[in-house]
Design a protein around this ligand. Structure first.
Ligand code: NAG
Ligand code: NAG
Ligand code: NAG
Ligand code: NAG
Ligand code: NAG
Length: 342
């Protein structure tokens, strides 16, 4: 069993059809373990799980989760804490605020997350904070997934603190990739669904909707904020199968591989492998869409097949990302292989 799964993963994760193999695992086996599958993918891709942390963290949450914040007047993001004596030099409480949260095995210093924060400041006059939970995400997948609840709770405490400093909840937006999408969902839920918006960038499927749905109270869904958008780019593999936001966007059907992740991979692919490349592509698309000149128009449709056949029941379109007109529903679009991918 062990070796079979690894063999399948080796074969499939080295090919353009990574999703087909994983889909087989998710659908056919009755005794597989989604966390094991995730760890195996990591094994296969990195050749090494040795640097994963072991045992559980006993650190206080404020050392395991840090917030790096800034705004147009203070573009160098600096660590900001609850009851921060220097808050006014880091955040402008009269402006809205956006939190960007990374996923599994990632951290707050990656180019993609720094670029997203910088682009937010460039195109939107807002405060921005990166949620760095690297100390709690460098674990095997199951424990990292479990940590999303803790991190979400702490993020909600930090937002409650900022709320008391004068930032209303309806000016708070959360953006999260993969497990970071569920952290955003937990934080939104702990705040009673009152924050303005959550953008879930390819929310993680395993242990949330695969092998079974843990239910909306334990994952990102539309009740977690006034408006929830999901951008799905590795459907039913690392990502969820079906979006559960007010609006769900499925670039190229939401499937692996995304157009820039097709083998052979070129310089504009996010990683060296189609599945993780596609999973990360949601972040790139969201960042591109922060620039109002890059319009990703999604067409409302009941399925990708009907979209391809031009048999959509609705005559409605809207923009993917923050400039959506909030029509509501599922939207499909074809993206390009090359930046800005419109
Ligand atoms: C994995 O390990 C093998 C044997 O040590 C090595 O030849 C190979 O280059 C490694 N692959 C990666 C992707 O690091
Ligand atoms: C931001 O940091 C860079 C490099 O550390 C420094 O050169 C620059 O002056 C800083 N900018 C501001 C506005 O503090
Ligand atoms: C992110 O958190 C880790 C672990 O707490 C820390 O070592 C690292 O310096 C932090 N990164 C940034 C950019 O603050
Ligand atoms: C997951 O986290 C919760 C609370 O954060 C804890 O009670 C539970 O034991 C954890 N489960 C596992 C399997 O780690
Ligand atoms: C769809 O809507 C557009 C403008 O909203 C309109 O011009 C067009 O005729 C409509 N098409 C159909 C088939 O209803």
């Amino acid at each position: 069993m062990f070796h079979n799964i690894l063999t399948i993963l080796v074969i499939t994760s080295c090919g353009g059809r990574a999703f087909a193999g994983l889909l087989d695992l998710f659908n056919v086996n009755t005794d597989y373990n989604a966390a094991f599958v995730m760890d195996s993918i990591f094994d296969v891709m990195s050749n090494d799980t040795k640097y994963l942390l072991s045992g559980d963290s006993t650190n206080p949450i404020e050392t395991d989760v840090t917030f790096l914040c800034g705004n147009r007047n203070a573009p160098n993001l600096t660590q900001t804490v609850i009851n921060d004596a220097g808050l006014s030099s880091k955040l402008v409480t009269s402006k809205p605020i956006v939190f960007i949260t990374h996923g599994w095995l990632d951290n707050g210093n990656k180019i993609w997350i720094r670029s997203m924060a910088a682009d937010y400041l460039k195109f939107v006059d807002t405060n921005v904070c990166i949620v760095n939970w690297s100390n709690l995400c460098l674990y095997g997948y199951a424990l990292a997934a479990n940590h999303t609840f803790r991190v979400g709770a702490y993020l909600s405490s930090f937002i409650t603190y900022l709320n008391r400093q004068g930032i209303p909840l309806n000016k708070v937006t959360l953006v999260g990739h993969s497990l970071g999408a569920h952290i955003s969902g937990h934080a939104g839920r702990y705040l009673g669904g009152k924050i303005a918006a959550i953008y879930g960038l390819d929310p993680a499927g395993p242990l949330f909707t695969l092998p079974f749905d843990v239910g909306p109270a334990k994952r990102l869904d539309s009740s977690d904020a006034q408006y929830v958008q999901m951008i799905i780019t590795s459907r039913c593999t690392t990502g969820v199968c079906v979006g559960d936001g007010h609006e769900n966007f499925y670039p190229t059907g939401g499937f692996v591989p995304q157009p820039n992740c097709v083998l052979p991979l070129f310089g504009n692919s996010e990683t060296f492998e189609p599945l993780t490349c596609s999973h990360a592509h949601a972040c790139t698309l969201f960042r591109m869409a922060l620039n109002p000149q890059n319009v990703f128009s999604g067409k409302k449709c009941s399925s990708y097949s009907l979209y391809l056949l031009e048999l959509c029941l609705f005559n409605k379109s809207t923009k993917m990302g923050i400039y959506t007109s909030r029509v509501g529903g599922d939207f499909y679009l074809i993206t390009s292989m090359f930046e800005p991918y419109t």
